[in-house]
Design a binder for this molecule. Structure first.
Ligand code: NAD
Ligand code: ZN
Length: 379
């Protein structure tokens, strides 16, 4: 019997309180409304953003809530007005969207959709502000419009990328967020030329994805900068050739890198969120042609301070949101890069847990033990 048009009862991992383990329970998922699709989630993965909002330190707490945004699944049914997706399509959910109609979506240069740009405060769907989830009659908030820690979820169709049905969802689910953010920052924004040197600041999932972009570009030298020496062993698998631990030097990191590279790196990508590191990443690129790209999310009161001469000497500073990929238009192409073996995803996946043990994924992430932990919804 088709479930389209009906409520679906299924299991979800509900966060009832900040920092408290998620509770596995039965929830009701309403049918998709206008411009929405309901998706059966097959695999989801845990990202730092989920952990940050679950801890709710520095953010407005919004509970109960179903977290999760990196996921691969299959469309179960579609709501009114959805013409580009149908039941059975293989899809990735994306935390930021592409409405297709706004100035940003019409511009070839932007992925910052006016309608569906990331919104961490919203707990309901755009169409009516309501939630599609409830538990014993109590409404549960959405997260990033995706809420993938549920066997079924409802997502705006502008936040759904239709991908090759042959792509293994247990691998390509990580393309949803962190992987594409780092990869695109290098491939789409820093754009290193073959043989050039690239410095990557911060070797978490995003930084390692930026390193993967440098490897794909044929960079000659990839310098990884991190305070955590444990990151260096892992990073070798990602083609990182040199390591700098700022703690082991008494001069500024930019000076260390300038000396290592005879004047500075050709490109740098900052993936830490520290404003001091952003300044280092800019000041270590070579004058004349160096390009630095900021990816990390700074604190609210941070200010970037550098001497204007650094710009006059023809260094370029750029920033990137979601790797400058348009979610619906470009993400299927990232999956194709994996399918034709240009992009390696397997090395990012360090752990897998069944859905029933989702709290273990939070432990791995909090302890800094994993790059990506896949949560298998069917296990
Ligand atoms: P992560 O915490 O896993 O990795 C950050 C790494 O930076 C860690 O290994 C840490 O040891 C290192 N680090 C911290 N301070 C440092 C310093 N002073 N010098 C050198 N290394 C330092 O984080 P992640 O998941 O890889 O995300 C990285 C950043 O990207 C975060 O700020 C995140 O919010 C941001 N992000 C941005 C976008 C975007 O679209 N721009 C999207 C997703 C995530
Ligand atoms: Zn738009």
């Amino acid at each position: 019997m088709s479930t389209a048009g009906h409520f679906i009862r299924c299991l979800a991992a509900v966060a009832w309180e900040a920092g408290k383990p998620l509770v596995m329970e039965e929830v009701e998922v309403a049918p998709p409304q206008k411009h929405e699709v309901r998706i059966k989630v097959h695999f989801t993965s845990l990202c730092h953003t989920d952990v940050c909002f679950w801890e709710a330190k520095g953010q407005t707490p919004l509970f109960p809530r179903i977290f999760g945004h990196e996921a691969g699944g299959v469309v179960e049914s579609v709501g009114e007005g959805v013409t580009d997706l149908q039941s059975g399509d293989h899809v990735l959910t994306i935390f930021t969207g592409e409405c297709g109609n706004c100035r940003h979506c019409h511009s070839e240069e932007s992925n910052m959709c006016d309608l569906l740009r990331i919104n961490t405060e919203r707990g309901g769907m755009i169409h009516d502000g309501e939630s599609r989830f409830s538990s014993n009659g109590k409404s549960i908030h959405h997260f990033l419009g995706t809420s993938t820690f549920s066997e079924f979820t409802v997502v705006h169709s502008g936040q759904v990328a239709k991908i090759n049905p042959e792509a293994p969802l247990d691998k390509v689910c990580i393309v949803s967020c962190g992987l594409s953010t780092g990869l695109g920052a290098t491939l789409n924004v820093a754009k290193p030329k073959r043989g050039q040197s690239v410095a990557i600041f911060g070797l978490g999932a995003v930084g390692l994805a930026a390193a993967e972009g440098a490897r794909i570009s044929g960079a000659g030298r990839i310098i990884g900068v991190d305070l955590n020496p444990n990151r260096f062993e892992e990073a070798k698998k990602f083609g990182v050739t040199d390591f700098v631990n700022p703690r082991e030097h008494d001069k500024p990191v930019q000076q260390v890198i300038i000396e290592m590279t005879d004047g500075g790196v050709d490109r740098s990508v900052e993936c830490t969120g520290s404003v001091q590191v952003m300044i280092q990443a800019f000041e270590c690129v070579h004058e004349g042609w160096g390009v630095a790209v900021l990816v990390g999310v700074p604190r609210q009161d941070d200010a970037f301070r550098t001497h204007p001469m650094n710009f006059l000497n023809e260094r370029t500073l750029k920033g990137s949101f979601f790797g400058n990929y348009k979610p619906k238009t470009d993400i299927p192409g990232v999956v194709e890069k994996y399918m034709n073996k240009e992009l390696d995803l397997d090395k990012f996946i360090t752990h897998t847990v069944p859905f029933s043990k989702i709290n273990e994924a939070f432990d791995y992430m909090s302890k800094g033990e994993c790059i990506r932990c896949i949560i298998d919804m069917g296990a």
